[in-house]
Write a protein that binds this ligand. Structure first.
Ligand SMILES: [Zn+2]
Length: 147
């Protein structure tokens, strides 16, 4: 994940049938405007990598566009509209639970990885017109890779 400059990876992406994911945005702590753990301001870099199982997520009202890519669909990036802020309940491997409230890149990464655990790819969230363009790009990528 780090080698491919990814910020997150979910177990199903590597063929593991678990509701587990890892996120690391420690290279870009400025990308969030706030980060709370269990209701209190916390040190984002110290909490990375964030590993969790069986997460639950709640969304803020406001939505924003931002570019996303995915280690499972290399070579494709697209603007996706998602809620700006989230509150995520993240059970830890040791049985404790982190309640994380944040925005920016971490909010985006949490939504993206939790989507993976539910079998949803970011391309599923594209507007219909973009999906057609994306399908053509995917076809082209596929033929390039098999030549
Ligand atoms: Zn992904």
């Amino acid at each position: 994940m780090v080698e491919a400059h990814g910020v997150g990876l979910a177990a199903p992406q590597v063929g593991v049938d678990l509701r587990l994911a890892v996120i690391d945005i420690s290279h870009d702590p400025e990308s969030v405007s706030y980060f709370k753990v269990n209701g209190e301001d916390a040190d984002l870099v110290a909490c990375m990598p964030l590993v969790f199982i069986n997460p639950e997520i709640e969304f803020g009202q406001e939505k924003e566009w931002s570019q996303e890519g995915c280690l499972s669909i290399q070579g494709i990036r697209a603007e996706i509209r998602r809620p700006a802020e989230v509150k995520a309940i993240l059970p830890q491997l040791d049985g404790s639970v982190l309640v994380v409230e944040t925005d920016g890149l971490l909010s985006r990464a949490l939504q993206h990885e939790i989507d993976h655990l539910n079998g949803v790819l970011f391309t599923d969230r594209l507007p219909a017109a973009s999906k057609v363009a994306m399908k053509n790009r995917l076809k082209r990528l596929l033929s390039e890779n098999t030549e």
